[in-house]
Design a protein around this ligand. Structure first.
Ligand code: AMX
Length: 434
């Protein structure tokens, strides 16, 4: 059996000549044009990033290392009696592109247990924040506080060579990922359960241990595995992944980079949408005052939201032009496990009505639901009703793909990122209107 790190090293050595060749022989091949609309419009659709961990097709949705979500879940090994693969097996896969054997996946589980010890000062940092701090501010601060642990930063100060960068980056990213579930669960229990903290159980895998530390019984361990893998990666153009890649491109270590990305994920147009979906739905259900929800009532509530100038949270996407397969995957989970749950029924009704409302409204390029329209229902059902915590869950998941990506960034020697900006006057001149 080879270890994950040995496999990764082999993969890096195999891959490096491809990047070298592209740069040496094909640097001038054009892959994208940029219009004024794109320069003002958030660089939408400008192809200028290279990401091998995942690819997002507008019609098909995400593929992790070439596999769709159902293919990924089917291909990864599962421990006896489990429906979902471990996060550790997925970490092996997203880092190397190879499906591990169960034995290899379990070796990563054992490795993570060695790395999972969260320094005590991290909890002090969370405790020191005002009680009404948002869980995402707590999460980002906790991650940032661990920067002093960075092996990459130390080795860089000591003058390591560029070809070695990936190694301490891999070590840091593995350490950080292994610690995130305990930090997340600590924030949850500290903020919402009166500080009644549950100690980790070293016999469990990452997903199982997270469920245990949250204080929620089976099958929440399966929910955690599913949730973290589904939210892991969405190529590199989205705000959190791009921020993490950008910050790391300055050779900032993964603690700085992930903390920064978490801050981006905390925005309502990005990861915070999962909180806002539940806020919107709860407010809607309270307003019903016992009345049965109907499609007509939902349609009116959606229009009220649009007419007040707000977006419908959980709908639309910058790249996707169809229902997000991450939404579908969680919907299938609900259909199997909680088909009659009232909140799921409302969410399903919204799914029936909202796309037509958004089409009629005529603004959103994509009227279909994204991942955030469905994820809160599952959490709510299993007792996590404190929806301001939901984006922390997203953040733990998002760390998996983005940390793998920055290990590869360092392995392939990607430079500091620095796109060029122009002034408005320059654009007017180029357009011939000045
Ligand atoms: N409700 C109302 N209006 C919407 C909308 C929605 N769900 N989605 C898009 N629009 C509007 C935009 O605000 C924009 O309006 P404007 O012209 O007045 O500025 C117009 O439609 C065109 O936008 P777009 O090109 O379709 O989308 P975008 O790429 O600019 O933005 C996104 C994408 C996700 C920010 C947007 O669809 C949105 O705000 N959705 C709701 C929030 C949400 O669910 N975010 C989570 C996305 C997934 C994730 O990152 N976790």
């Amino acid at each position: 059996m080879t270890t994950l790190k040995e496999t990764l090293q082999r993969k890096i050595e195999e891959h490096r000549p491809r990047t070298t060749r592209l740069l040496k022989e094909c640097s001038d091949v054009k892959i994208s044009d940029v219009t004024i609309g794109q320069a003002i419009g958030g660089a939408r659709g400008v192809k200028c990033l290279v990401t091998d961990t995942s690819y997002l097709d507008p019609m098909e949705g995400i593929r992790f290392r070439g596999k769709t979500i159902p293919e990924t879940f089917a291909a990864l090994p599962k421990a006896a009696g489990r429906e979902y693969p471990s996060v550790e097996s997925f970490w092996y896969y997203i880092l190397t592109g190879e499906i591990p054997t169960l034995e290899e996946a379990q070796a990563v589980e054992a490795d993570f247990k060695e790395r999972a010890q969260v320094p005590a000062y991290v909890f002090d940092v969370v405790r020191a924040l005002p009680a009404d701090s948002h869980p995402m501010a707590m999460f980002s601060s906790a991650i940032l506080s661990m920067q002093r642990e960075s092996i990459f930063a130390r080795r860089h100060r000591e003058g390591m060579g560029k070809m070695e960068y990936w190694d301490p980056m891999y070590e840091d990213c593995s350490n950080l990922l292994a610690r995130l579930p305990e930090i997340g669960a600590f924030i949850y229990r500290h903020k919402f359960k009166g500080g009644d903290i549950i100690a980790p159980d070293k016999s469990l895998d990452l997903g199982g241990n997270f469920a245990h530390m949250m204080g929620i019984g089976s099958p929440y361990d399966e929910v955690a595995r599913m949730y973290f893998i589904l939210h892991s990666d969405h190529e590199s153009g989205n705000v959190s992944a791009h921020t993490i890649h950008l910050v790391a491109s300055a050779l900032s270590d993964c603690y700085y980079a992930l903390s920064a990305g978490i801050n981006g994920l905390a925005g309502p147009l990005h990861g915070l949408a999962n909180e806002n979906v539940l806020r919107w739905t709860q407010k809607f259900m309270e307003g019903l005052e016992g009345q049965e929800p109907t499609e007509e009532i939902i349609r009116k509530a959606l229009w009220d939201t649009l007419n007040s100038g707000q977006v419908i949270p959980g709908y639309g996407h910058a790249v996707l032009r169809k229902t997000d397969p991450r939404y579908t995957s969680q919907r299938e989970f609900c259909l199997k496990n909680l088909p009659d749950y009232p909140l799921f029924k409302v969410i399903s009704m919204i799914y029936k009505v909202a796309p037509d409302v958004l089409k009629e409204h005529g603004k959103a390029k994509n009227p279909w639901p994204n991942v955030d329209a469905q994820s809160g229902v599952v959490q709510w059902y299993y007792g996590v009703t404190e929806y301001s915590f939901y984006t922390v869950l997203f953040g733990i998941g998002r760390a998996i793909g983005t940390l793998a990506n920055i290990v590869w960034d360092r392995a392939l020697g990607y430079p500091i990122e620095r796109p060029k900006s122009l002034t408005t006057a320059m654009l007017e001149e180029m357009a011939g209107i000045r």
